[in-house]
Design a protein around this ligand. Sequence first.
Ligand code: ACM
Length: 536
Amino acid sequence: MNTLLPRPNVLSSLSGSYELAVGATVSGPAELADAVRRALPVLDLRPGDTGAIDVRMDPALGEEAYRLVVGSRGVEITAGGRAGAFYAGQSLHQLLPDATYRSAVTTDAWTVPGVRVEDSPSHSWRGLHLDVARHFLPKREVLRVIDLMGAHKLNRLHLHLVDDQGWRVESRAYPRLHEVASHRARTATNYFREEPTYDGIPHGGYYTLDDLAEIAAYARAREVVIVPEIDVPGHASAILAAYPELGATGESFEVLDRWGISPAILSPLPPTVDFLTAVFDELLGALGATPYVHIGGDECVLDDWEASAEITAYRRSLGLADVGELHGWFLRRLADVLAERGSRAVVWDEAFVAGGLRKDTMVMPWRGMGVGRRAAAAGHSVIATPVFPLYFDYAEASSTQEPMAIGDAITVTDVASFEPAPSSWEPEERERVVGLQAQLWSERIPDARVLDYRAWPRACALAEVAWAGEAGSDFMGRLERHLGRLDALGVEYRPLSGPRPWQQGRPHRPAVVPVMNAMEHLDEMTHSATSTRPSV
Ligand code: ACM
């Protein structure tokens, strides 16, 4: 029976089985053998000349592709590259009992059933987004998320490192970013901007540049690419609390302590580009090779640009007709800075609607796949990120038992049924959809326990679609089986039948539920996707 999740291209049972012992040897090219060993840490596998596991390289396979054959004489892995070897190791891991997902084992050997697997991913971008700005997630938890991503063959971790409510990276060039912008005195406990209630508890935290270097290296070893996001020019309250001179008005700001869209915006003038260039240099210096940098571009309130005589004069000097064009120009300028450093820019869809992007800029259509299709038709690579069904800050059920969420409902089945590149699109539009990514916005995710609940098992469905192209008809059965692995890993996922008693109240859901229906929200967003302006 196939128990692998995500579903492999081909899996067939073979006669015989193999007894795989703790401390068994892995032979083959060191880089590939190490990748297999990393996928099965508790087995304490050793490098050796002849191995219970023999790994070979086959350049004819894609970098992420592999073949895995288990027979009575041992395990044979053929991989197209290091990533393929790592994923073969992950599939081999799933052929072993759930106990091998624990951090320590009391058994010396396990029987691996005879099997042949041939496998490669459908999508190159298999992403998860963490909003560490609204609520900070300590480094140890980010490393744990990376482990879980590796186990599900997910390979892009998008870190939303700044928003109105906090800046989350050390800066030696601009130290007030981590000294001032990384914390707030209190946090709103509801969504009503007119009548906020507050918890009175300080919140904050940031990653040092050494932390970021560690996160990136840890991720790389698990075939996960870190995609840092510096979300500009909007969502700027935290940056402006530290450096108000970078704003469009010079007025003072505080790190925002409530939710919703703020009018705080960076000035588009050259000092802001110089500031962001210095920040990018620090980030890229810490992260090492960084193929993608997200520069945001969403939910910009452009009124302060419109009202400023200096910005208007600058816009006119550039020959731009309106502030919308200036928005697009500013992001293109930053994308050029990144291109000089070997990184490709990624933006939210408002930046595409603003116009004037570099052709190689990648677009994340969060306001629906309609705007995603337009970006693909215009030649951009697209990463499917629509609110429905990929915003995992929405509850999984319309139930007062669910912990408070921004809205409801997005179920495991909704995610498993998602078609990132619909068959009704033109072939060249579909080809430009490089993958998909789930978003974990954290206004309502205060800590790692709630993060687990929101992320899993929906991210299992994400992994299935991202790797296999579409969920298999046996997906729910494999998922039920897979939850035993998550139990062994200690993941506090949402049970398929609903929350456990202690998962119901974090954070508290008020009796009157001010949540949005996910489909209605997406509908509203789809209509606003012709505009760069926020609709809220
Ligand atoms: C977004 O949800 N503002 C990208």
